[in-house]
Write a protein of this length. Structure first.
Length: 227
């Protein structure tokens, strides 16, 4: 005579009136319907690094106003600083190379983002950087070093003549046009304000977001057996 299997129930702490049967153990056979394997390939991560970060164009556009102002003011008042002709030259070259620095950085960013978006649409692993990007990155670094070096060289000259400059009489050897000198002086301090903000944005862009685990395991509530 076959014995009748005993039914074991468990008390769910969320509902005292609910009875649950003993859960079946899954077989190791992968053909069972409950053990579905995901064949979907996860998309590649977003482009990392400084050049692929959204903070790079923000930083460059935030800085772009300074070299544009330097270039325009330097051209307008060229040759109108007798005490130091270098002031107008400093403004023109600083503006020119600053604008070139911004343009090259934006081109690199757009090319990397375009490559990453085309790779993510087909779920392919992004390939190495294009040849144009490999050429532009050293140019970007050289322009950055020149802008920084030229910035410090220019402020030495601008601050040196601060106490001797004359704004009203063009005949005097100490003359320098007020708009030219004051613009050079003020833009130096604006650069000093922009640099810390840009450094903070670069640090933030260098911190890659943590990888999310798509396969999260849900913890089942503890059930106490009820006799």
């Amino acid at each position: 005579m076959a014995t009748k299997p005993k039914r074991v129930t468990y008390n769910d702490p969320a509902d005292d009136n609910a009875d649950y049967l003993v859960p079946l153990q899954y077989d190791a056979n992968p053909s069972l319907p409950n053990r579905k394997k995901s064949s979907k390939k996860s998309p590649p991560p977003p482009p990392g690094g400084l050049f692929g970060s959204i903070f790079l164009p923000i930083t460059l556009l935030f800085y772009a106003g300074v070299p544009i102002a330097q270039f325009v003011i330097g051209l307008i008042y060229i040759g109108q600083c007798t005490i130091r002709q270098f002031v107008s030259i400093y403004m023109i070259l600083s503006g020119f190379f600053g604008i070139a620095f911004v343009i090259v950085g934006l081109i690199i960013h757009l090319k990397i983002v375009k490559q990453a978006s085309s790779a993510s649409s087909s779920y392919d692993v992004p390939k190495s950087k294009p040849t144009s990007v490999k050429i532009l990155i050293p140019i970007f670094i050289i322009l950055l070093l020149f802008v920084i070096g030229w910035f410090f060289a220019g402020q030495v000259v601008v601050f040196e003549i601060k106490l001797r400059v004359e704004f009203f009489d063009p005949v005097l050897p100490e003359y320098c046009h007020g708009n030219l000198y004051k613009a050079a002086y003020i833009l130096i301090f604006i650069d000093y304000l922009i640099f810390p903000i840009n450094i903070i944005l670069i640090v933030i862009s260098g911190r890659s977001p943590p990888k999310e685990n798509n396969t999260r395991k849900t913890k089942r509530p503890t059930r106490t057996p009820r006799k």
